[in-house]
Write a protein that binds this ligand. Structure first.
Ligand code: C2E
Ligand code: CA
Ligand code: CA
Length: 583
């Protein structure tokens, strides 16, 4: 008996031939999937991960449970520009498949190089049902063999070098430049508007345009320059000598002129393109190759954004901001993947009754001490987390900490105000959120009515349906719901009665305006009376001075949160304050 037959027998297959054959096929497929050395990830048409194999877990560090239900962003690194992914999506849409090298990120935060092939599966009607990604971890392959794997650094379409050639040459060039104290110039460019060519004339003509433009570029750059095709219609030129600003600007000008000339295709169609160029300089813009390429890619994105047919040097201010955002993103990945919460902490800001000074509630506010950047405000890092799909995990980390803290305080103090936590918009795309939250409070040994959930007006308006359904469920579970930053979104006023709410929080900007603008004052007062009539509690944020508090005197019952009473307090200070307030 062959090993396959014995395995087949051990699986106890059905005896009916057709069914047996099908079952055998399925099991064979399952066997191949699970024992493949290649990483396999299957997503549905909405890019939700449906299936991963053992090699996926081995290579990325994410278990199947962690990966299922997520999108492939889970393993995305920050090495590629948004344009890279856009090109990838376009090619997948156009041709149904994509293959190439890609830098992804393991759960540990480590970035690794992978050869990835993505194919699309469709049903009988041609509707996309699944996408299957098969990846080969290139970092595991040693030097020379890896270089052979990388198709000898060649781009098959244009016969120019590829991204790997550029990476390798960049490293050599920077090492040389450092020794000889010279500058290196790096240009990233796209030939522009290739998509309409692909869409209207077909991919073959698109490829033809790419080849023609590649030849034009090749003829225009110096022999000593390294010209590569990065991806799609993106190219890069590495200049080892004559790389000063004026020389780079002259080259960019020349390339723009050449690339913008109309191209006549063999079928007499005339195509006009709109190239854009970004230029980075070593050592001015970055000290190492990855940073230099990122800087040039960013300058290129800016040139494109600002109207094409132009070149742009790295804007130092923009570049610093972009670099800072990358550091924040990498730091967040690291914290969430290691699960240590390293550098993160929570502060608590009391909300008080202005007449008696009684503390009615506490708002949990996140603080972060970044290893390189120092203290960063949540106003800065929360939007980065949201942009990178990390805010769901970040919020959940906060909620776990808050539940544990509430349990601890509850144990010591009988009089404990309700604690509110901020929810990011993405939480409302998570079908499991209410169950997860319930499990979280249960585990901490506290009850739902100890927590208040703050949802901003913008989130509420942008996710109306999913928000209302989920908030209704959460409210039934006993959580209080507060509408945060009221008045900053595009008016939720008309929808107020439809939302399942307990509280309105008027945005700080109203308090600031109301001090010197009568209309703003009237508006504030109207909102206060509206809240009262809808039986919603009211919190006024940002009260900093006695004069502001005085304005609220005859507004009826309300709660105040602001520096006038308390700033956000560390856990130690908050605990001391709670102890002080006990009967
Ligand atoms: P927010 O929810 O509107 O939180 C109130 C913000 O106003 C806090 O800023 C607080 O420190 C500040 N604040 C309170 N009283 C005063 C005052 O009298 N004057 C002034 N000028 N500011 C006052 P913070 O802590 O920097 O948080 C900023 C934003 O970051 C928050 O706005 C919230 O949207 C977000 N955020 C903070 N922590 C979290 C969190 O754990 N999860 C999520 N998703 N977002 C959070
Ligand atoms: Ca809030
Ligand atoms: Ca607010």
């Amino acid at each position: 008996m062959t090993s396959l037959e014995s395995w087949q027998e051990s699986t106890g297959l059905s005896s009916r031939p057709l069914e047996r054959a099908l079952q055998f096929k399925r099991q064979l497929l399952e066997h191949v999937l699970e024992h493949s050395l290649e990483l396999i990830m299957v997503t549905d048409a909405n890019s939700i991960i449906q299936r991963v194999n053992a090699a996926f877990t081995h290579i990325t560090g994410y278990s199947a449970e962690e990966a299922l239900g997520q999108t492939p962003r889970l393993v995305q690194s920050a090495r590629h520009s948004p344009d890279f992914y856009r090109q990838m999506r376009m090619q997948l849409q156009d041709s149904g498949s994509w293959s190439g090298q890609i830098w992804n990120r393991r759960k540990s935060g480590e970035v690794y190089l992978q050869w990835l092939t993505i194919n699309t599966l469709t049903d009988d009607d041609g509707e996309i049902t699944h996408r299957v990604a098969i990846g080969h971890d290139l970092t595991a392959i040693a030097g020379p063999k890896r270089e052979r794997m990388l198709f000898t650094f060649k781009d098959p379409l244009t016969q120019l070098g590829n991204r790997q050639l550029l990476t390798s040459r960049l490293e050599q060039a920077l090492a040389e430049a450092e020794r000889n104290q010279i500058e290196v110039g790096l240009m990233v460019l796209d030939i522009g508007r290739l998509r309409p060519v692909n869409e209207q004339l077909g991919l073959t003509w698109g490829d033809d345009v790419l080849r023609q433009q590649a030849r034009t570029l090749q003829a225009a750059v110096d022999e000593a320059d390294t010209l590569v095709r990065l991806q799609g219609d993106q190219f890069a030129v590495l200049r080892h000598s004559r790389a000063q600003n004026t020389a780079m600007a002259q080259l960019a000008d020349k390339l723009l002129g050449l690339l913008a000339q109309p191209i006549v295709l063999a079928d007499q169609n005339v195509v006009s393109l709109q190239p854009s160029i970004g230029i980075a300089n070593y050592p001015r813009d970055a000290a190492e190759s990855t940073g230099l390429l990122q800087a040039a890619e960013h300058a290129h994105a800016m040139a494109k954004r600002d109207g094409r047919n132009r070149f742009q040097f790295v804007d130092q201010r923009e570049h610093v901001l972009h670099h800072r955002e990358l550091l924040i993103e990498q730091g967040l990945y690291h914290i969430l993947n290691t699960g240590t919460g390293e550098g993160l902490s929570l502060h608590y800001q009391p909300q008080v009754c202005p007449d008696t000074g009684t503390i009615r509630a506490l708002e949990a506010l996140l603080r972060w001490q970044h290893p390189q950047l120092g203290a960063i405000s949540p106003g800065e890092f929360i939007p980065v987390a949201e942009k990178n799909g990390l805010s769901v995990r970040l919020d959940r980390w906060v909620i776990e900490q808050v539940c544990a803290q509430v349990a601890q305080w509850q144990y010591h103090y009988s009089r404990l105000p309700v604690v509110s936590v901020n929810l990011s918009a993405q939480q409302f795309g998570q079908a499991d959120f209410s169950d997860w939250l319930q499990a979280c409070v249960n585990e901490a040994g506290i009850t739902a009515n100890r927590l208040k959930l703050e949802v901003t007006e913008t989130t509420m308006m942008e996710h109306k349906d999913s928000c209302v359904a989920m908030l209704k469920r959460l409210r039934r579970q006993g959580f209080c719901i507060s509408l945060d930053d009221f008045g900053t979104g595009y008016s939720a006023m008309s929808c107020l009665h439809r939302y399942p709410l307990d509280e309105l929080k008027i945005d700080r900007s109203f308090m600031v305006e109301a001090c010197h603008n009568t209309r703003a004052f009237v508006l504030l007062k109207t909102i206060a009376s509206l809240a009262q009539q809808l039986s919603l509690s009211l919190v006024v944020e940002g009260v900093e001075q006695a004069s502001q508090l005085a304005l609220l005197r005859d507004f009826g019952p309300l709660t105040v949160q602001g520096y006038y009473f308390y700033r956000p307090l560390s856990v130690t200070d908050m605990t001391a304050l709670l102890a002080d307030r006990q009967p």
